[in-house]
Design a protein around this ligand. Structure first.
Ligand code: NAD
Ligand code: IPM
Ligand code: MN
Length: 358
C-alpha cells in the first residue's frame, strides 16, 4: 500500500486536482496499486481555518506519504498578509522541510499543439526541454532578508546564496538526466555579475568531469531567456538556480502552447511532490475552464518517480496524447473560435482514453 497526500490549495487548485484525482484513481484500479489517498490543507485554504499556511497536521500528512500532489496556492485574498502568513510560504516550507531540492520541469511540445504556441510552428516543432531547477536554495531562502528603515526610508533586501554542496547535488541530477536524454546540458547563470553564480559555474564544471559523455555549455540567463524564444530546439537539459528556473520555466511553457501543459516533480532523497508549474490562476478560478493537463501529466511523473510504475506513467501520457488527437481542447490551448471543453470534461476524457488504451 502506498500513501498519497493531496493538497488542492487555492484558486483553480481544487478543480485541477479533482480532475487529476480521477486519472490517479483510474490508474490505481487498473494497475492495482492499492493507493491510500488523503487530503490536507495548505496555502490560503489552510490560512482560512488556522492562521498557518502549513499546519502541523498537513506537514505530518506530507511526511507520512510516499508521494504528494499539490494543486496551487495563493490569491489576492491573502496578498496583504505579512510574509510568513502568505499562502506561498506553505508551499516553500513543504519544499524546504522535505528537502525537495530537484525540481524537474519538462517542456515538451505536443505535435497536436503546434499551432497553440505564440511562436511559429517551425520554431517549436520537436522541442523537448527539461528544466532542472534547484528548489531549496538561492535568493528564495538566503539570509539575511527583510525590510528595514534606514535614514528615514525603507530598504528591502534578500540574499542570493548557494553553498557548493547545494550546487553539486543539483548538478548531478541534471547531468544524469542529460545522460538519459540527448546528452546535452546547458547551465544558466549570471557569472559575469554575481559571485554566487560564478561559484555555480565553477562547481558545475567540476561535476562535469564525472560525465565526459555529456556535452556541457554555460549561458548567461539574459541570453538564455532570449535563446528560448529564438531557437528553443537547441536545448536539451537546462540547469538553473531557484529563481532563474522559476522564470525560465514559465517562459518555456509558451513553447508548448500554455502554462497549463507543464507538469513538475520536486524530488529529494525520499518522497516526491508533484505539481503543475502554474499558479492558482485567480482570474479563471471557479469557472471550470482551467487546463488540468499539467496536473494530470504530473500524475504521470508521480507514477514514474515515486511509484516505479513507468509503463503506467506512459499510459497516462498517451491518454493525454489521445485526447489531443481527438481535438479536445480547454480554452488556453484552443484555436480562436473553435470548440472548448471544461476542466472536469478534460479530466473525464483522459480517464476514458486511458481505459481505451488498456
Ligand atoms: P498563474 O500561473 O496563477 O497565472 C498566470 C496566467 O496563466 C493567468 O492568466 C492564468 O489564468 C493562466 N493559467 C495558469 N494556469 C492555468 C491553467 N491550468 N489553465 C489555463 N490557464 C492557466 O500566475 P499568477 O497570476 O502570477 O499568480 C497567481 C497566484 O498563484 C499568486 O498568488 C501566486 O503567488 C500563485 N502561484 C502559485 C504557484 C504554485 O502554487 N506552485 C505557482 C505560481 C504562482
Ligand atoms: C512556482 C511558484 C512558486 C515559486 C511560488 C508560488 C512560491 O511560482 O512553483 O513556480 O516561486 O517557486
Ligand atoms: Mn513559478
Amino acid at each position: 500500500m502506498k500513501k498519497i497526500a493531496l493538497f488542492a490549495g487555492d484558486g483553480i487548485g481544487p478543480e485541477i486536482v479533482a480532475a487529476a484525482r480521477q486519472v490517479l484513481d483510474a490508474v490505481d484500479r487498473a494497475a492495482r496499486l492499492g493507493l491510500e489517498c488523503s487530503e490536507g490543507l495548505v496555502g490560503g485554504a489552510a490560512l482560512d481555518v488556522c492562521d498557518d499556511p502549513l499546519p502541523a497536521a498537513s506537514l505530518r500528512l506530507a511526511m507520512d506519504a510516499d508521494a504528494i500532489i499539490l494543486g496551487a496556492v495563493g490569491g489576492p485574498r491573502w496578498d496583504a498578509r505579512p510574509p510568513a502568513q502568505r499562502p506561498e510560504q506553505g508551499l516553500l516550507r513543504l519544499r524546504k522541510t522535505l528537502d525537495l531540492y530537484a525540481n524537474l520541469r519538462p517542456a515538451r511540445v505536443f505535435p497536436q499543439l503546434l499551432d497553440a504556441s505564440p511562436l511559429r510552428p517551425e520554431l517549436v516543432r520537436g522541442v523537448d526541454i527539461l528544466v532542472v531547477r534547484e528548489l531549496t536554495g538561492d535568493i528564495y531562502f538566503g539570509q539575511p532578508r527583510g525590510v528595514e528603515r534606514i535614514d528615514g526610508q525603507r530598504r528591502g533586501y534578500n540574499t542570493m546564496l548557494y553553498d557548493e554542496g547545494e550546487i553539486r547535488r543539483i548538478a548531478h541530477v541534471a547531468f544524469r538526466a542529460a545522460q538519459d536524454r540527448r546528452g546535452r546540458l546547458c547551465s544558466v547563470d549570471k557569472a559575469n555579475v554575481l559571485e554566487t553564480t560564478r561559484l555555480w559555474r565553477e562547481v558545475v564544471n567540476e561535476v562535469a568531469r564525472e560525465y565526459p559523455d555529456v556535452q556541457l555549455s554555460h549561458m548567461y540567463v539574459d541570453n538564455a531567456a532570449m535563446q528560448l524564444i529564438r531557437a528553443p530546439a537547441q536545448f536539451d537539459v537546462l540547469l538553473t538556480g531557484n529563481m532563474f528556473g522559476d522564470i525560465l520555466s514559465d517562459e518555456a511553457s509558451q513553447l508548448t502552447g500554455s502554462i497549463g501543459m507543464l507538469p513538475s516533480a520536486s524530488l529529494g532523497e525520499g518522497r516526491g511532490m508533484y505539481e503543475p508549474i502554474h499558479g492558482s490562476a485567480p482570474d479563471i478560478a471557479g469557472r471550470d475552464t482551467a487546463n488540468p493537463l499539467a496536473t494530470i501529466l504530473s500524475i504521470a511523473m508521480l507514477l514514474r518517480h515515486s511509484l516505479d510504475a513507468e509503463p503506467w506513467a506512459r499510459r497516462v501520457e498517451s491518454a493525454v496524447q489521445q485526447v489531443l488527437d481527438q481535438g479536445l481542447r480547454t480554452a488556453d490551448i484552443a484555436a480562436p473560435g473553435t470548440a472548448v471543453i471544461g476542466t472536469a470534461a478534460m479530466g473525464a476524457a483522459v480517464v476514458e482514453a486511458f481505459h481505451q488504451g488498456n
